[in-house]
Design a protein around this ligand. Structure first.
Ligand code: F0G
Length: 469
């Protein structure tokens, strides 16, 4: 028998805890296995189709699932719901300018609203959009605007066992190859995500964004950032990159963004709100085009599909999100779960990233081929075991090639346990780890799934499956 160690002891130092306490609680539902079997069958073995009342610990996503602070809730009461010129818009604009550093802001209802505006405004049909791995909605908006996505992330990102510190970095030689083949004029812009969601929440280094800036200046190409989890990215730079240990996360964020020409944002992640997003750029002409389009698709340019109170909560959330003690606890909790799983030899994406643990379904279920949907299967098995809800990030999420109609076949076949911000406790993480272990121990009897219904766009949200006999 070994003596159990606290988190701090395992790391060889004194423990620390979240810099907040709980003021209001929301009861959870616990279910029995027969109930879960019925619920999962009704949901077509797709965790997106479960009712949340049938879920115990909800790790589907970190998007819009954060707990807001008392300050943010107080801000909700200060909503200025004027159709035009809401005071809260100006608070949001000031927060984005101060912490992200961009000049011109267009609010949107969430990230994909912003992706729609920037893709439509900055891509000419037939142009290439190189990016550090794809994100589902990002790539779809780029393709719907006539763009052709090219993956230029370093090869290490596709290897779940490679422990490089900055697996989100773009491989500049891949950009050079694209320019040599197609010419710089055929590149709409570089689409840089920090961190990289589909690669396991892996960060991009400051060195890489600096090198990209220089490359873009040489070739006359723009560099736009998916800033959805850029605060988490800044934390990894502080922790891992030489020269940044003494910088605050807020200063790293601002410096990082300074190398880019603009950004789009799903504020439902880093910014600790349940809804909201924006796109912000430094170039007036592009801003003007997007400010024009937002009126057509989202709402007036001073609310972009949001209530005034939502913009206030976002402005406050931005300030809270860059506090060093907060972000350390946020990533520390994800890492705690990762440490437990690592101790038990559970195959997962390494090193553990910012917002989630990504279980490696290929190594979990070596008996399955990718056509058996291993990551979807693993999400289903976890739900059946304990009522924990995870998400597939493999062949189902990757969708089909718009030209050939074949499945995209991503190297990574992952099941994501996404940790909402400020919501669950360390004891919840213990329960999650134990459930993953139980599913791992029962892995040999698993046969995989067949897809019985496939929607045309973003199929992972609504596809249906049945277990193979
Ligand atoms: N970019 C990234 C990196 C994202 O992770 C998301 C959403 C978006 C853009 C789109 O933003 O949802 O506000 O429209 N990711 C969620 C997730 C859905 O679960 O990872 P949105």
């Amino acid at each position: 028998m070994t003596t159990p160690k606290t988190f701090g002891q395992q790391l060889g130092r004194r423990s620390w805890a979240e810099p907040w306490k709980i003021k209001m609680v929301e009861p959870l539902t616990m279910t029995e296995r027969p109930q879960r079997e019925a619920a999962l069958t009704a949901a077509g073995y797709n965790t997106f189709l479960l009712r949340s009342r049938d879920v115990y610990i909800d790790l589907l996503t970190d998007s819009g699932t954060s707990a807001m602070s008392d300050r943010q809730w107080a801000g909700m009461m200060l909503g200025d719901e004027a159709y035009a010129g809401s005071e809260n818009y100006y608070h949001l604009e000031a927060a984005v300018q101060q912490y992200y550093g961009y000049k011109y802001l267009v609010p949107t209802h969430q990230g994909r609203g912003a992706e729609h505006l920037i893709s439509r405004s900055a891509i000419k049909p037939g142009q290439y959009v190189p990016g550090n791995m794809y994100f589902t909605t990002t790539r779809l908006h780029q393709e719907m605007a006539g763009g052709i996505f090219v993956d230029v992330i370093g090869d290490v990102a596709h290897d779940p066992q490679d422990r490089s510190p900055f697996k989100g970095d773009i491989d500049i030689s891949k950009l050079d190859a694209l320019v040599a083949k197609e010419g710089a004029a055929k590149i709409a812009y570089i689409s840089l995500a920090a961190t990289v969601n589909m690669a396991g929440g892996q960060p991009v280094s400051m060195a890489n964004v600096k090198a990209l800036r220089a490359w873009c200046d040489t070739h006359g190409v723009k560099l736009y950032l998916d800033a959805t989890r850029a605060v988490e990215n800044a934390y990894f730079i502080q922790e891992r990159e030489e020269g940044y240990a003494d910088w605050g996360v807020a200063d790293i964020l601002r410096d990082f963004c300074g190398y880019t020409d603009g950004a789009w944002m799903s504020a439902k992640k880093d910014s600790l709100v349940n809804i909201g997003g924006w796109v912000a750029v430094n170039e007036w002409e592009l801003f003007e085009e997007m400010r024009n389009l937002v009126v057509v698709f989202e709402g007036l340019h001073t609310y972009g599909g949001l209530a005034g109170r939502d913009m206030e909560a976002m402005a406050i959330g931005i300030k809270e999100s860059v506090q060093d003690a907060y972000i350390r606890a946020r990533i520390g909790q994800v890492r705690y779960l990762g440490m437990l799983l690592e101790e038990w030899g559970i195959p997962m994406m390494e090193p553990v990233g910012g917002h989630a643990i990504f279980l490696d379904a290929r190594r979990f279920y070596p008996q399955l081929t990718q056509d058996d949907f291993p990551a979807q299967t693993l999400a289903a098995e976890l739900y059946l075991d304990s009522g924990i809800r995870a998400m597939e990030r493999g062949i189902v999420s990757a969708g089909r090639d718009p030209k050939t109609g074949d499945h995209h076949r991503p190297k990574l076949e992952l099941t994501r346990l996404t940790i909402p911000r400020r919501v669950y406790t360390q004891a919840h993480m213990d329960v999650v780890a134990e459930s993953v272990k139980a599913v791992f121990d029962a892995r040999e009897r698993v046969r995989g799934l067949t897809m019985t219904y496939e929607p045309k766009y973003l199929r992972f949200f609504q596809a249906r499956f049945e277990p193979k006999a």
